[in-house]
Ligand binder design. Structure first.
Ligand SMILES: [Zn+2]
Length: 306
């Protein structure tokens, strides 16, 4: 035993003498001259201006869906290996997060235990149309998290998919808002299924993970869509308030004012905004003024999902 220790010390001393410099950042043993190809490519700088016209016609709150409070503790740890080898610098966190909030029957966000109470959740619907990427940049600059609820008809082309990918890579959560933004109550079960599941497939193709939040167009849930969402491990979520589809709030000033001064603002409010020009312009102001009022923003990853 002693001999072994002495031998080890001897080897250590000899090795140490041979090198009077330490190389940092390399924990490899005996791998001199080994370079790892770390090609970090920049994706093309397309700031796609695609558009699909779509009417904003949310009618406000529908409180029909039943609340599902089951928790399935199964954690899908898809640590993504980037198949296409075009990893960008930004980190995408896939770590499981302990839930700190849950949704109520009125779509508010309620703290679990001693999580911060004075919070609101930011959500951006009908993305990624013309403004979602800018909105993501604004939010990122303010370090404000949000869910972007996307539609299939906004992620048809490669360019559009690239936009979605960028938004995700900036750290935002992507939710399912159906393929074509139809009112699910006018559809058969099969048609509803086609509105929901293939969009999750498409989102997964682009960002590498399936959405865990679902929002029905117009907040019009059906028993079937709620059940389907649950089977897809998605939390169904309408909202507490939103205004940007009303004519009178279609200006930067008006929407910024109402979003922070409405009497519907309260701790746990779930704020609905859209990929719209006036909302995009007002977003910076909305976030700052909510903070001035003492609100912070819920990280969607901290909301309990099925
Ligand atoms: Zn919508």
């Amino acid at each position: 035993m002693r001999k072994t220790i002495s031998l080890l010390i001897l080897i250590f001393v000899l090795t140490a003498c041979g090198q009077n410099q330490t190389t940092s950042g390399n924990t490899n043993e005996n791998q001199d001259g080994n370079t790892t190809p770390e090609d970090t490519q920049n994706a093309s700088s397309s700031s796609s201006d695609q558009q699909t016209d779509e009417s904003v016609d949310n009618k406000g709150q529908n409180k029909e869906s039943s609340s599902k409070e089951e928790v399935n503790e199964e954690e899908n740890n898809n640590v993504l290996e980037d198949k296409e080898n075009n990893v960008k610098g930004e980190e995408v966190s896939n770590e499981p997060v302990e839930p700190k909030y849950e949704i109520t029957e009125s779509w508010d966000i309620k703290p679990i235990g001693d999580a911060e109470k004075k919070v609101v959740l930011l959500t951006i619907d009908d993305a990624p149309d013309k403004h979602a990427l800018d909105m993501a940049k604004t939010l990122k600059g303010l370090d404000a998290p949000a869910i972007f609820f996307v539609n299939g008809h906004f992620i048809d082309t490669e360019e559009e998919k690239e936009t979605l990918k960028k938004i995700h890579e900036m750290g935002f959560v992507i939710g399912n808002h159906t393929m074509d933004h139809k009112n699910l109550r006018n559809l058969t079960k099969e048609e509803q299924q086609e509105q929901i599941v293939p969009l999750s497939d498409r989102i997964e193709e682009v960002i590498g993970e399936r959405p865990v939040f679902f929002r029905a167009p117009h907040g019009a849930n059906t028993d079937y869509s709620t059940q389907t969402s649950l089977e897809e491990n998605m939390l169904v979520m309408n909202w507490t308030y939103g205004y940007d589809w009303n004519q009178e709030y279609m200006s930067e000033e008006a929407i910024a004012d109402i979003m922070v001064n409405t009497n519907l603002l309260h701790s746990g409010a779930n704020l609905l905004m859209h990929d719209r020009e006036w909302t995009a312009k007002a977003l910076d102001d909305i976030v700052k003024r909510l903070r001035e009022k003492g609100y912070s923003f819920v990280r969607p990853e901290e909301i309990k999902t099925p």
